[in-house]
Design a protein around this ligand. Structure first.
Ligand code: UDP
Ligand code: MG
Length: 326
């Protein structure tokens, strides 16, 4: 392990380059000013950088804006996906293009405060950490139902897969070797936060307060969040499948108890009494079977998608700042 580590560890000096990977979807109204804010922090702190901006198939003027940025700034690469593949896929595209010694992943709406970047870079450069992750002090959103759901979701992941996502966010600085290891993970269903937690490496957590969105609105509808949660849980654990088996065993035990009771009732001449029990049992068994089948279906769909092995994203355009090729 040590030799492998040496082979891919870069010198952590002041001339190390930072790649900033940002997925961008329908953020045309403010993307140029947001990049300006982040860039100012980087130049003020004398950090060498490149931006990899991935337009996740936006339908507004995002691509026009990214094009202008890439054409006028040699440190910016703009990539456009062929359609909206989702944030995780856009991130994946950006990570594959980034070639810095350290790679920072952040959102385009300034909810991840750029003022944290110098601290993250110092933790990488001087303290030797491989992953520096932003941890949400506050969740930013006011909605208590959303907060409770997020808490429950993290709890399930933690209890079933031992991966503690806590108040994790997608605001993360990673060493080159971590990103190289991440690229080895070939699954189609990407859940960035979980995958990077699975990787391990030396980690440091830095708390931050989620800022207000600079403009526009969140792209996560309830449906998209539920889909992401189901994907994440089924990616990291097969516990739901085992639960089905346990449920089956419990119901079998119940069957024996009720079977004995039914026989006793029959022989004691009170056989007609069981109407309520029969109805309740039918409902219970029916719904359990449906839920179980659904659960198996989710895993089956996952296997189906993985077997198809389609690309995780498709790039339709790419512009690299300066005269370099994409
Ligand atoms: N995003 C993306 N593709 C999508 C949805 C979102 O690339 O399909 C980007 C979006 O532009 C932003 C980041 O992912 O940079 C986070 O999205 P958002 O702010 O909507 O999420 P929230 O902060 O509300 O969790
Ligand atoms: Mg946001």
């Amino acid at each position: 392990m040590a030799t492998n580590e040496n082979a891919i560890t870069h010198d952590r000096t002041a001339t190390s380059k930072l790649s900033v990977v940002i997925p961008v979807y329908q953020e045309g109204s403010h993307i140029r000013s947001s990049i300006g804010v982040i860039e100012a922090v980087l130049t003020d702190n004398k950090i060498l950088y490149e931006f990899i901006l991935v337009d996740d198939g936006s339908r507004d003027n995002t691509w026009q804006e990214l094009k202008i940025l890439a054409q006028t700034n040699k440190n910016i690469t703009a990539i456009r996906l062929s359609r909206n593949f989702g944030k995780e896929s856009a991130l994946c595209a950006g990570l594959e293009y980034a070639d810095g010694d350290m790679i920072l992943v952040m959102d385009s709406d300034l909810q991840h405060p750029p003022s944290l970047i110098p601290e993250m870079v110092t933790a990488w450069r001087e303290e030797g950490y491989d992953v520096i992750e932003g941890i949400k002090n506050t969740r930013g959103r006011e909605n208590p139902i959303y907060k409770a759901c997020a808490k429950f979701f993290y709890y399930i992941i933690y209890k079933t897969s031992d991966i503690d996502l806590g108040q994790a966010s997608d605001y993360k600085l990673m060493d080159r070797k971590v990103v190289e290891a991440w690229k080895e993970m070939q699954e189609r269903a990407i859940f960035f936060r979980g995958m990077s937690a699975w990787l391990g490496f030396e980690r440091k957590q830095i708390g931050f307060d989620v800022a207000k969105r600079v403009n526009g609105s969140t792209k996560w509808s309830l449906f998209r969040l539920v889909r992401l949660a189901a994907n994440a849980i089924t990616s990291y654990t097969s516990v739901p499948l085992h639960c089905i088996t346990v449920l089956g065993i419990l119901m079998f035990i119940g069957t024996i108890v009720l079977g004995v009771q039914t026989l006793i009732m029959k022989f004691s001449g009170r056989a007609m009494d069981g109407f309520t029990t029969v109805i309740l049992l039918q409902l219970l068994i029916g719904s359990s079977i449906m839920i179980s089948l659904g659960m198996i279906g989710i895993y089956l769909t996952k296997i189906y998608k993985e077997v198809k092995a389609r690309p995780r994203y498709l790039i339709s355009k790419c512009i690299k700042g300066g005269d370099k090729k994409c």
